[in-house]
Design a protein around this ligand. Structure first.
Ligand code: AMP
Length: 231
């Protein structure tokens, strides 16, 4: 974003870890605004591929609707392509990637090629029980992506975005209560092991992500400042 304070080392690589509903997308968007980094969500890239009807999208659609993980090959290929785009050269916040140890190794290999390193992998710590309520009530503005929730954050005028004025609210197909349980299970079985993977690399940071969005954002911003400061 224009006018955003410069990240002191560049390009930064930050990873947000946490179960579905932990707030990865919301926090990534706030960090994007504050630091001028680019949020890179494999979920968004996959949903775009599904909407565009690409081969990858066709292969991913049913898997996503069932709440399972899309195959590593597809996700790694999509991420590799996106990382080659000019706009991400300033630095990225990975939101929803990696989700398996195979993806984490592939990311290490990609970064080795480009001479980059992971500045921090930040684990958003939440109570699982709350996640079903959080996810099953959420929706976003199709115009600007602002997030809303049936219980926690309704727009001033029902159906109209406070931020951009669009009347185009969208709910994700996989945000149904039935699917959320499967997504949480996939997280614990396949993604949670990455917490110790990044701890072993000395880049893990943990944040209590059950509180106020702005307090969590402040904690994350401090981690990003510290993790991107030149040695
Ligand atoms: P998200 O928007 O991050 O919650 O992702 C939505 C869905 O996309 C997930 O439930 C998976 O089916 C799929 N997905 C997103 N990112 C990945 C990934 N890194 N590996 C495998 N599947 C993914």
């Amino acid at each position: 974003m224009d006018g955003a304070p410069a990240i002191e080392t560049s390009p930064a690589v930050l990873i947000l870890l946490g179960p579905p509903g932990a707030g990865k997308g919301t926090q990534a968007r706030l960090l994007e605004e504050e630091f001028g980094l680019v949020q890179l969500s494999t979920g968004d890239l996959l949903r775009a591929a599904v909407a565009a009807g690409t081969d990858a999208g066709k292969a991913a659609k049913a898997v996503m609707e069932a709440g399972d993980l899309v195959s590593d090959d597809i996700v790694i290929a999509i991420l590799r392509d996106r990382l080659g785009d000019a706009d991400v050269q300033r630095g990225v916040i990975l939101d929803g990637f990696p989700r398996t140890t195979v993806q984490a190794s592939a990311l290490d290999a990609l970064l080795l090629e480009t001479g980059q390193k992971i500045n921090a992998a930040i684990s958003l710590e939440v109570d699982d029980g709350e996640m079903v309520t959080r996810i099953s009530g959420r929706y976003t503005c199709g115009g600007c992506g602002e997030g809303y929730h049936d219980t926690f954050k309704q727009p001033e005028t029902a159906g109209t975005c406070d931020k951009c004025g669009a009347a185009d609210m969208k709910r994700r197909a996989d945000d149904k209560a039935e699917t959320v349980g499967q997504r949480l299970q996939a997280y614990h079985a396949q993604t949670a092991p990455l917490i110790s993977y990044y701890d072993g690399k000395g880049v893990l940071q943990s944040v209590d992500a059950m509180g106020n969005i702005h307090n969590i954002a402040a904690a994350l911003a401090q981690i990003v400042r510290d993790a991107t400061r030149p040695n």
